[in-house]
Design a protein around this ligand. Structure first.
Ligand SMILES: [Ca+2]
Ligand SMILES: [Ca+2]
Ligand SMILES: [Ca+2]
Length: 352
């Protein structure tokens, strides 16, 4: 059993047991409908405004242009149910929109995620996107979109103004797109991932995670979503594509801080993983490196302590759990003190 001890002495060890009181909102559409139904007019999923269906205030899209098809698209860490949206845009456009049950404005942060893949073997197509709108009224303008603009081969995000972000991933590859939108007073901030590892924690460093962008635009209120794309025009092909597992949520879809094994809880199992990898310098998230510095040390232990009991009712108080996995911290040491002092006060002992 791996043990590590400190040489500090004094009063009882304590950990802060942070409780999250943030409002949780999830709006989702998994296309859990019968095959062959036109998407325009459907009103399932969760979190949408009451009586709101996929619609366009002016256009009825051509039969067959936007239908439900099976099977669902899948991605690790994403719950896939029902079918998917199939946009067949070889001859016509289809871009229904829908009012969310919650609108977002300054001070709100939300994540937008979806799976998409262009199904036309041509990079020179018209646009396809998931767009953020204020409402579903006629003449409503995009605040921002993620997808591909006309003539773009890769997934891109347009974040308002002249800000485009190129993901480098071709739209003909099935891709999980995730954006974190921080609506600030003034212009907005967006972090953008393609195919993120959702079993690990959120990290915006370019080497591991998404890229972060300050937009040049103030979007105001976001209250609606538009999906779909354009049919052929101007010598370009229509942007036929599939789309699925669309969600807007205020809960990070990444693993919670301290959740090494990605089971949605921060408990003894995670602490055991930390103990087993104590002082590793080649660690990853699954080995309890929660700070992305490849090292398992007191900073990571602090994160488990701060999030102890997340997603569960822990059987053990944190200090009891520490001793159960062989972590012995004589008093009077607060975890914050340990973090400050860690290089000097910790040593590792292996007992077998
Ligand atoms: Ca689905
Ligand atoms: Ca866990
Ligand atoms: Ca670390």
């Amino acid at each position: 059993m791996t043990k590590f001890v400190t040489t500090l002495a004094g009063a009882a060890f304590c950990a802060s047991l942070a409780a999250s009181g943030a409002l949780a909102v999830t709006i989702s559409e998994s296309f859990e409908y019968d095959d062959g139904l036109a998407i325009q007019g459907l009103g399932g999923g969760t979190g949408w405004a009451e009586s709101s269906t996929w619609m366009h205030p002016q256009w009825t899209f051509g039969a067959g242009s936007n239908v439900v098809g099976s099977p669902s698209l899948t991605y690790p860490g994403v719950t896939s149910v029902g079918g998917k949206a199939v946009f067949s845009l070889a001859t016509t456009s289809a871009y229904p929109m829908r009012l969310m049950g919650t609108s977002f404005s300054d001070g709100n942060t939300f994540y937008l995620g979806f799976l998409a893949q262009k199904t036309v073997a041509d990079d020179n197509t018209r646009w396809m996107s998931v767009a953020l709108l204020e409402n579903v009224n006629l003449g409503v303008l995009d605040k921002a979109w993620i997808g591909s603009g006309t003539g773009m081969a890769n997934f891109n995000a347009w974040l308002g103004g002249t800000t485009f972000v190129d993901s480098g991933v071709n739209t003909q590859n099935l891709t999980y797109i995730l954006a974190k939108v921080e609506l600030l007073s003034g212009t907005e901030k967006v972090t953008f991932w393609t195919n993120p590892d959702l079993s690990a924690g959120e990290y915006a460093g370019s080497a591991v995670g998404g890229t972060s962008h300050d937009t040049a635009a103030d979007w105001g209120t976001i209250g609606a979503i538009r999906i779909g794309g354009s049919g052929p025009s101007g010598g370009r092909a229509g942007a036929s594509h599939v789309l699925d597992e669309l969600m807007v949520t205020t809960d990070s879809p990444f693993a919670h801080p301290g959740d090494a094994n990605g089971d949605g809880m921060v408990n003894l199992a995670d602490l055991q993983i930390l103990g087993d990898n104590w002082q590793s310098t080649t660690a990853n998230w699954a080995m309890a490196d929660f700070t992305w510095d490849s090292t398992v040390n007191l900073a990571d232990l602090q994160i488990i302590g701060d999030n102890w009991g997340y997603g569960t009712s822990p059987d053990l108080a944190f200090d009891e759990a520490l001793s159960q996995v062989g972590i012995v911290i004589p008093e009077p040491v607060s975890l914050a003190m340990l973090v400050l002092a860690s290089p000097l006060v910790l040593r590792r002992r292996i007992d077998r």
